[in-house]
Ligand binder design. Structure first.
Ligand code: UT7
Length: 329
């Protein structure tokens, strides 16, 4: 097992208070049911941001808790890596708005775009910055206002997503605790399975784009599902091998929360019983890159895992992108 370079010093989450239940979709005139959504996805409800709650404000809430728990001040943050598929503005990065909001004036701040895998990608980048001595204290955030980019008339996508943010402070490791392995992959040949076709620089926003809903999320659900099962299985194997640990040694699997059936398939493949798998998709839906840091905040807050626990993380998302990590908390 390699000696870790960076460890988690504190987690936090920022969740908008408003809850949208499955039952409310039918009341909105959507041809769906609570039973279908629960059976096919495991989702019961999700949180939805109000107009004044932004990707930046949720990220700030999560970051303040993470910094407090880590015992670091905003002035000590050297780098902010913010993963999001829903930046508040297209220019500049939401990370600099977060920097201003929390007063981390010494930091370098930038966004990462790797969809639901973005927080894991961001951690790996921050770990590298700590390894080279470029940064000592990193704030790695996943924040998503998915409600702003889903098509509320498309039952195959709008029931899946929720809003929220999660954050972690990363510091140099001084002992056996920290990131023990990380594995990241992507396959751009499958980009159009989950994407927003228009509204970027190629086909800029226009009245027609808005009318045709070309700027909203489109997903080939069944194909994405199949890839998710295969990619997450591959990546947990790679991360376990690289860390030289067996599945039996893992205290908790913390997977991206996209679909309970994908989570169960990943656990089964890895040989990890569901009692050792954290699931909160029922309460949050799919919060994209925020799902893993929100989960890590919940499991550490509740004492499900603690200092010294061995945790396996697995992410998957648009791109397609995927990856996995073994960490000792
Ligand atoms: O965050 C990372 C990326 N995202 C994912 O990993 C998500 C991956 N995909 C999935 O989780 C699943 O594919 C979905 C939950 C999106 C869909 O579940 P499915 O079991 O794959 O359903 P399906 O797409 O094969 O559709 C089955 C039927 C269809 O009706 P017909 O054609 O059989 O008559 C759909 O139109 O279910 C219908 N359907 C719905 N029915 C009620 C689709 N969405 C709904 C809905 N309510 N909300």
């Amino acid at each position: 097992m390699r000696r870790p370079v960076a460890r988690f010093a504190g987690f936090g989450r920022g969740i908008p208070p408003k809850v949208l239940t499955n039952h409310e979709f039918a009341a909105m005139g959507l041809d769906t049911s609570h039973e279908w959504i629960v059976e096919r996805t495991g989702i019961v409800e999700r949180h939805i941001a109000a107009e004044h709650e932004t990707t930046c404000s949720m990220a700030a809430d999560a970051s303040c808790t993470a910094m407090h728990r880590a015992g670091v001040t905003a002035g000590e943050i050297d780098v902010i890596v913010l993963s999001t598929a829903t930046p508040d503005r297209l220019l500049p990065a939401t990370a600099v708005d977060l920097q201003a909001a929390i007063g981390a004036h010494r930091a370098a701040a930038f966004d990462i775009s790797a969809a639901c895998s973005g927080w894991l990608y961001g951690l790996t980048v921050a770990e590298g910055l700590i390894m080279t001595g470029t940064a000592e204290t990193a704030l790695v955030v996943g924040s998503e206002k998915m409600s702003a980019i889903v098509d509320w008339t498309d039952r195959s996508t709008c029931v899946l997503f929720g809003d929220g943010a999660g954050a972690a402070v990363l510091r140099p490791s001084t002992d056996e605790r920290g990131i023990l392995s990380s594995y990241m992959r992507s396959d751009g040949r499958l980009a159009n399975l989950l994407y927003r076709p228009q509204g970027g620089a190629t086909i800029p926003m226009s009245e027609e784009v808005l009318r045709e809903r070309g700027h909203l999320v489109k997903m080939a659900g069944r194909e994405v599902f199949k890839s998710a099962v295969l990619c997450m299985a591959e990546s947990v194997d790679r991360a376990l091998d690289a860390a030289k640990v067996t599945a039996d040694e893992i205290d908790l699997l913390v997977p991206h929360q996209a679909n309970i059936r994908i989570i169960e398939a990943t656990a089964k493949h890895a040989g990890i019983p569901m009692e050792k798998v954290f699931v909160n998709i029922d309460r949050y839906g799919n919060t994209s890159s925020a799902s893993i840091p929100i989960s890590l905040d919940e499991v550490t807050e509740r004492g499900i895992v603690g200092e010294g626990s061995l945790v396996l993380i697995a992410a998957f998302g648009a791109g397609l992108t995927w990856g996995s990590m073994v960490v000792r908390l």
